[in-house]
Design a protein around this ligand. Sequence first.
Ligand SMILES: Nc1nc2c(ncn2[C@@H]2O[C@H](COP(=O)(O)OP(=O)(O)OP(=O)(O)O)[C@@H](O)[C@H]2O)c(=O)[nH]1
Ligand SMILES: [Mg+2]
Ligand SMILES: [Zn+2]
Length: 295
Amino acid sequence: MPEGLILKGVGGFYQVESNNEFYECRVRGIFRKKGITPLPGDCVEFTITDETAKEGWIEEIRQRRNYFNRPPVANINRLAVVLAAAQPEPDFLLADKLIISALLNDIEPIIIINKTDLVEQSAVGEIEGVYKQTGFPVIKMSKVTMEGYGCLREKLKGNCTAFAGQSGVGKSTILNNIISSSVMETGEVSRKIKRGKHTTRHVQLIRLDYGGYVVDTPGFSLVSPDGIEYKELSWMYPEFEKYQGLCRFNGCSHIKEPGCSVKDAVNAGEIPGMRYECYKRIYEELKELYEKRYE
Ligand SMILES: Nc1nc2c(ncn2[C@@H]2O[C@H](COP(=O)(O)OP(=O)(O)OP(=O)(O)O)[C@@H](O)[C@H]2O)c(=O)[nH]1
Ligand SMILES: [Mg+2]
Ligand SMILES: [Zn+2]
């Protein structure tokens, strides 16, 4: 049976790519009975009912590496977390939540600092400094100077990458510059046709001619910090790692305990304060969720 990749699904029809051909496929009722919805990014086995019209049926969905409901997408292995140096001001808390969601789902985060043309170099450096010790790639980008595009292309090659971040940070703009044809609606276009700010609505995989796929998403809401216990949160912060075992108390939460080596490292400037602040906020959020779990 031929194998393929679902690029998008619209109204019960799925576009399946297989050996450089594109098939319009429907889905067997059995999936619905089992409560399974095929998603963009799914690897499938399908039967071809009409080779000229390129039509078929999806018969089997391969096991997923991960999947999300909002946005509906499966099997991404990179998450580009996009911040703007300005307009809008960076939302570091959202960035951390996105990073955590990525890590929990076996996805490597890539940090993009976009719109570097709008601020002084030093301001870009400060944002960069927040992520310097995470070990995640940090790419500075601008549509004006075109800085960073070569570097991003390298990272996208051979991967399936979703782009996430606040509205207006420039996700669609970056994607438009990455892919040859201009298929993404950006804020500028949408203002002309008066559709408001939230411009990106369909989820689809876009194939890069040099290998790999990108996904533009309408506001990733894989940001709800569930799926992790607050006690485990510190393991989502790579820069804490070398201090974890050095705290006075076993299982130190790095919040209030005395003799906390993580806090010491923050005070000594070895761990960026912004990351620690976000850690504390998310820790409290998770703890509250945990304490209310039976309500
Ligand atoms: N100065 C400057 N402006 C940029 C840059 N990148 C994007 N913009 C502008 O920022 C605005 C928002 O860009 P979009 O690409 O629509 O942002 P988005 O992240 O896709 O927004 P949503 O789809 O609403 O989530 C547009 O007016 C872009 O032209 C950049 O590098 N520099
Ligand atoms: Mg967009
Ligand atoms: Zn500690």
